[in-house]
Ligand binder design. Structure first.
Ligand code: SAH
Ligand code: SF4
Ligand code: F3S
Length: 467
């Protein structure tokens, strides 16, 4: 056993963070010690994202710092794992700071690969050569089984917040939205066996976790066939609901073209399944939606939202939008603003289109919306989303909401002065509203009632109220 120190930094989405936490657990169990400081680490692992160019640039600038650090500490080992490693492979290994590059499908091999890199002192590349292959090919099956074993072995409550845990329901994606790199870095879509998902949920519940979020790039296409029965997302929700001490269940991300009523019905029928739907539209213009290969029109999306809201009253809807997709005119943009106005989202992420090498949009469409226009459209949509949320959130004033406490809030908020035994806490409602209030730090992981006294576009503020 060695007791080397390792610093692990994550740049990506929830999937990527989950990978990091599993890896951290595996490494600790194998005798490594985790450290927050790269300066005192023997090994630095960076888990990366390729979804936009900016995400990759941040990693390169980080690698620049590490290259500098290596001048004074030549034995420092740097590993780049995750989506960027899969996308760039040997090219990434050429970077003077990088000793090891391993893709998302090699996650379970990383502890052994690090050991090998230390012993052999040579650069190591571990990525999947042909990442796009049929989901039923034997290779995909073998990789999934190995990743599942790793995931079950190293998923512990320490990987998660006190209040909630994320469990992967699926890997990969088969949708090929024309702008998106994910299918090329995460591979074909594979649903994990319900047994394995339940086993993890059960274990986490026993350790005190009360909220579970099921993860998948298109979570509503979850399908697993076993002994002649096909399990869907609705079945998974039903099964996780049966775990006694689980109180709240969320699932992300839903794809509008794959949505079935059974999911909304499960939400309405099962009290533990929260009325929260993250279902990105990406655009409100039919021309752009078609060019994005999203598989629905703005009308179909709006009808779907209407149906969802008729089945699940008080449904909170969140979304993602891309501005400045190739060919997006002012009229297309207005159509997006119009859709946002009609849906009245709880919250949205707005992204500026970033061409990703190898995607259809990058190869065939010209990135012809000027940077300033993308920037302006981004700001305009954010303002609109915030204005709607600000208006809609006022309905919570004076109301008492059930909040699952995450812990002390890190960002300074405008709330009443804190005190040592009543620091500022942050928590979330079943609809995923962020609530800030003062209270004892021991409340982390517990449910409290908070009376809302102030609201803004993104946050609700209040005081704990006795039951
Ligand atoms: N599977 C999810 C999204 C995963 S990526 C879904 O289908 O909704 C998260 C978000 O990043 C996407 O919803 C999209 O809005 C944004 N995104 C993806 N590729 C992008 C690109 N090339 N440029 C800008 N934003 C992008
Ligand atoms: Fe990317 Fe589309 Fe798959 Fe989401 S559904 S990960 S946007 S290809
Ligand atoms: Fe996630 Fe980024 Fe990979 S969004 S799946 S870490 S490309």
């Amino acid at each position: 056993m060695n007791s080397k120190k390792i610093h692990l930094k994550s740049f990506g989405c929830q999937m990527n963070k989950l990978d990091s936490s599993l890896l951290a657990a595996a490494l600790t169990e194998n005798g490594w010690e985790m450290t927050d400081s790269p300066a005192e680490a023997d090994v630095v692992v960076i888990n990366t994202c390729s979804v936009r160019e900016h995400a990759e640039q941040r990693v390169f600038s980080h690698l620049g710092h590490l290259q500098h650090l290596k001048k004074s500490r030549p034995r420092l080992l740097v590993a780049v794992i995750g989506c960027m490693a899969q996308r760039l492979g040997p090219q990434l290994l050429e970077h003077p700071a990088v000793d090891l590059a391993a893709g998302p499908e090699q996650l379970h091999e990383v502890p052994a690969l690090l050991q090998q890199a230390i012993e052999e002192r040579r650069k190591i590349l571990a990525v999947t050569e042909t990442i796009r292959r049929p989901a039923d090919s034997p290779d995909v099956h073998t990789v999934s089984e190995k990743l599942d074993e790793f995931e079950v072995a190293y998923d512990s409550d320490e990987n998660h917040l006190k209040s909630q845990a994320f469990i992967r329901a699926m890997r990969g994606c088969n949708n090929f939205c024309t702008f998106c790199i994910v299918p090329y870095v995460r591979g074909p879509e594979v649903s994990r066996p319900p047994k394995v998902i339940l086993q993890q949920a059960q274990k986490l519940a026993e350790r005190g976790i009360q909220q579970i979020t099921l993860l998948g790039q298109t979570i509503n296409s979850y399908r697993y066939t076993e002994n002649g029965r096909t399990y869907t997302l609705a079945d998974l929700l039903e099964m996780v609901s049966q775990i006694d001490s689980i109180r709240w269940i969320h699932f992300i991300t839903s794809h509008p073209a794959k949505m079935e009523d059974s999911v909304f019905e499960a939400m309405a029928r099962l009290p533990k399944v929260c009325p929260y739907l993250h279902m990105p539209a990406q655009s409100g213009s039919d021309t752009i939606l078609k060019a994005m290969n999203r598989g629905y029109t703005a009308r179909q999306y709006l009808d779907l939202i209407e149906k969802a809201r008729s089945i699940v009253p008080d449904l909170a809807v969140t979304g993602d939008f891309i501005v400045g997709f190739p060919g997006e005119t002012e009229e297309d943009f207005e159509a997006t603003a119009d859709l946002i106005q009609k849906v009245r989202y709880k919250n949205c992420f707005i992204f500026k289109y970033s061409p990703r090498p190898g995607t259809y949009a990058d190869k065939r469409l010209e990135d012809n919306v000027p940077a300033e226009v993308k920037q302006q459209r981004n700001i305009r949509l954010l303002e609109l989303v915030n204005k709607i949320a600000e208006e809609d959130n006022r309905r919570f004033l004076g109301k008492t909401l059930e909040v699952l406490v995450e812990g002390p809030s890190k960002k300074p908020h405008l709330n009443k002065a804190e005190s040592v035994d009543q620091p500022q806490l942050i928590g979330r409602t079943a609809h995923d509203y962020i609530v800030v209030f003062n209270g004892p730090a021991e409340l982390a992981g517990r449910f409290v009632q908070v009376r809302i006294s102030k609201t803004s576009a993104l946050t609700l503020f209040g005081e704990i109220s006795p039951r």
